[in-house]
Design a protein around this ligand. Sequence first.
Ligand SMILES: O=C(O)c1ccccc1NCC(=O)[C@H](O)[C@H](O)COP(=O)(O)O
Length: 202
Amino acid sequence: MTVRVKVCGTTSVRDAVLSAEAGADALGFIFAPVSKRLVTPQVAREAGLSVGPVVARIGVFLGQGLDEVLRTAEAARVSAVQLHGPLRGLYVRQVAAYYPVLRVVRPADLAVEADMWRDEPGVTLMLDAPEPGGGVPLDWAALRDVFPRGAWLAGGLGPANVAAAMQALNPAGVDAVSRLEASPGVKDPALVEEFVRAARPS
Ligand SMILES: O=C(O)c1ccccc1NCC(=O)[C@H](O)[C@H](O)COP(=O)(O)O
């Protein structure tokens, strides 16, 4: 199975284009006000329009209200929504009625959330470190027996370790931000290229 590669924290047309040209399958646009990579829906929309019809545009939210999520996603013209934080199942289902959802979970919550979303095709699990965008890798060895089939992996991934993470857990997709940046919110083109190449060995 070909692993999907998501480059998160896109804040400009320049970074969207360089990530798409490097071969990213998906771009993440962070709409959580706590983030150092916060982007406006208008810039996200322009950046998303600049990468053609194939690259997915994923709106990233952390504990925000349903109205805000749906309004922002619509204004930014994203193609999917990524949900962080402790959330009720009903809320996730309400978002999933409009957008494919990447539901982000910490290792501590994995068992419960994996049970909850096992038969829900519109909701895909992404395992991430407790602090999103923190650049801290998970303990892949400890997750080997419990990592759900079809789930995505994030948390401290970058060019130097993504191949080992894939070898350990066989995720359907990988996602990264802090190890691909020159400074918070600004991509380093070489790191993005190396990340995509390392995630897709020929
Ligand atoms: O990256 C952020 O600043 C952020 C803030 C609030 C919610 C989500 C955020 N990022 C979401 C992502 O998808 C990151 O790529 C993921 O957490 C991995 O980050 P990193 O460990 O830095 O690669």
